[in-house]
Ligand binder design. Structure first.
Ligand code: GLU
Length: 428
């Protein structure tokens, strides 16, 4: 099998593997291997200098058997149709494994948001809604933030949609700012959800969290709250995080043997996730190559950046000390690396289970929007913890019962739920 880092090929290979294990009906397979609807369009935007720039945009709706399509909107210069297809597919499995009544979707725009002014960003996201508004909505498809997009952008998109349909419609989008229809705890949700999963995995493996260390790849929203949670919720130590340096156009690992301080690092990180190297060095951090995080002698590895990071090649650099690989990113591990991990003693918390905290609180946000009644952060995080713990044990039980690899077990749980909904609706 040749190594693939094409995310959609990865998503299809993972699905095919489990479809085979389950002996899934060929017609059901044919439906689930592909997105149900795909949109590919151009968004003309008036730039600050008066010129018009045309951006390429996507929205993919993979499956809505269990409820409206749900998933983020990613702004990235390397965005492709296939990445969006993969991410939309994983959203279907993510919502199903977390057992929230939503389907899978994802959007993308080929752009580096750091090159845009605030006004240009606003016109671009409003333009996105202008193209897509007939095909999104609280009962159709609900976007949210992802890599390169922010709560403020979600607020503008909600406003544009409300204007077009002629009524205030907060439930069209989640991850909105607090005070603008957003939910308390949404910013923390993905990172903390990762940590609730890690906590349950540690209980299962008989590890004492206070004695555990972690290495984290990335320092965006998910990595920031995963590191805060690892330290403040579990009582463990995080030895390093990594980040993409916009100026040097490469990534670096920021290491501290007695543990990093994520609050300090956050305070010296710009809005696009680049950590100030000089200030970090001054505070005693060692700055190493961006891919060093994977070879650290830690108990837990948390890739929390982009897809395709743990490959057939890099997986061999993982230290024998590592006990848990908690996939906070979407699709960080290639099928080739999976083959290696399956035969190792590393316990894998698969991506669409591990990072399902974000979409779970997105779902809570929509519920609160519908009720027009808002919960406190404690209530939200409590409900999140309950959901994550249930989801984790649902998958763990499946894995133990069928002696299945955790990723396969997560797929089995998710696919069964989606297929059941398709059957109940008479699709198959
Ligand atoms: N973009 C996030 C994810 O990949 C959140 C999606 C959402 O909240 O709808 O899970």
């Amino acid at each position: 099998m040749s190594e693939t880092t094409n995310a959609f090929e990865m998503a299809q290979r993972q699905f095919d593997h489990v479809a085979e294990l389950l002996n899934l009906d060929p017609q059901v397979r044919e439906i689930l291997r592909w997105p149900m609807r795909e949109f590919h369009f151009r968004i003309p935007v008036r730039m600050d200098d008066g010129t018009i720039r045309v951006f390429e945009g996507f929205r993919v709706q993979h499956n809505d058997a269990r409820g409206p399509n749900k998933g983020g909107l990613r702004f990235h210069p390397a965005e492709t149709f296939d990445t969006v297809r993969a991410l939309a597919t994983w959203m279907t499995w993510k919502c199903a494994v977390a057992d929230i009544p939503l389907g899978g979707g994802k959007g993308g725009v080929v752009v580096d948001p750091a090159t845009l002014s605030d006004g240009e960003k606003e016109r671009l996201v409003r333009g996105y809604v202008n193209v897509m508004w007939r095909n999104i909505g609280p009962r159709q498809d609900i976007p949210a933030p992802d890599v390169g997009t922010t709560p403020q952008m979600m607020g503008w998109m909600m406003d544009e949609y409300s204007r077009l349909v002629g009524q205030y419609t907060p439930g069209v989008i989640t991850g909105k700012p607090l005070g603008g229809g957003g939910s308390a705890g949404r910013t923390e949700a993905t990172g903390y959800g990762v940590i609730f999963n890690v906590r349950e995995a540690m209980k299962h493996l008989g590890l004492d969290p206070k004695q555990c260390t972690a290495a984290i790849q990335g320092f965006g929203n998910v990595a920031q709250f995963a590191s805060i949670g690892f330290i403040e919720i579990l009582g463990g130590k995080v030895l390093c995080v990594s980040c993409w340096d916009r100026e040097d156009r490469k990534s670096y690992t920021f290491f501290k043997a007695d543990g990093i301080d994520p609050h300090f690092l956050k305070s010296i990180t710009d809005q696009y996730g680049t950590i100030d190297k000089a200030k970090a060095r001054e505070a005693g951090y060692t700055i190493e190559d961006g891919d060093c995080w994977i070879e650290k002698d830690v108990d837990v590895l948390i890739p929390a950046a982009l897809e395709g990071q743990v490959t057939g090649e890099t997986v061999k650099r993982i230290s024998p000390k590592v006990k848990i690989l908690a996939e906070a990113a979407n699709g960080p591990t290639t099928p080739e690396a999976d083959e290696f991990l399956k035969n190792s003693s590393i316990f894998v918390i698969p991506d669409f289970l591990c990072n399902s905290g974000g979409v779970t609180v997105s779902y809570f946000e929509q519920v609160q929007n519908d009720m027009n009644f808002y919960w406190t952060k404690e209530e939200v995080l409590d409900k999140l913890d309950t959901k994550m713990t249930q989801a984790f044990h649902g998958v763990l039980d499946m894995s133990l019962e069928h002696k299945a690899y955790m990723r396969d077990a997560a797929y089995i749980v998710a696919i069964a739920r989606v297929v059941k909904a398709m059957q109940l609706r008479g699709w198959v």
